[in-house]
Design a protein around this ligand. Sequence first.
Ligand SMILES: [Zn+2]
Length: 77
Amino acid sequence: MTSPVRCNRCRTGVYDLGTVTVTARYADCSMWNTPCCGSLVDDRGETGWKTFKDYERIDPNRQDPWGVDIYGIMRHG
Ligand SMILES: [Zn+2]
């Protein structure tokens, strides 16, 4: 994975921004369907156009990103 993110629509899906199929590309954002729950999302949450972020970036340098983001939710959710 090059740009792993956690989906904020279903809050459990994890996917790579580099592998999504962009369905629409505008000057200020791109839109795509998430592979986890099929939600139509865009990247305006990152550029400040809207307050709700459709996804949260996962720091690939963190010690155990998958353990926290996937299994942490399952354990505590
Ligand atoms: Zn999702």
